[in-house]
Design a protein around this ligand. Structure first.
Ligand code: FES
Length: 73
């Protein structure tokens, strides 16, 4: 990056969550925060079935979630 700040990576997993590699700060509606240090990751639910939202708990497997879209280039 131009300013030398570490790059945040968001990786889309086929039929699964978003894997977010920090450094990043996740803030919930009540102001609760999760600090993700550089190089560490969290996985965020995108199927809607997780019991631990916003995090993935692998419920996407039982839910039969299917999504293999690719970002347009
Ligand atoms: S993407 Fe894994 S539980 Fe929703």
């Amino acid at each position: 990056m131009a300013d030398g700040a570490p790059l945040v990576e968001i990786k889309v997993r086929d039929d699964g969550p978003y894997k977010v590699t920090g450094p990043v700060r996740l803030v919930d509606p009540d102001g609760g925060t999760w600090e993700v240090p550089p190089g560490e990751s969290i996985v965020l639910c995108r199927c809607g079935a997780s019991q631990t939202k916003p995090f993935c708990d692998r419920s996407h497997r039982e839910a039969g979630f299917s999504s293999c879209e690719r970002a347009p280039s």
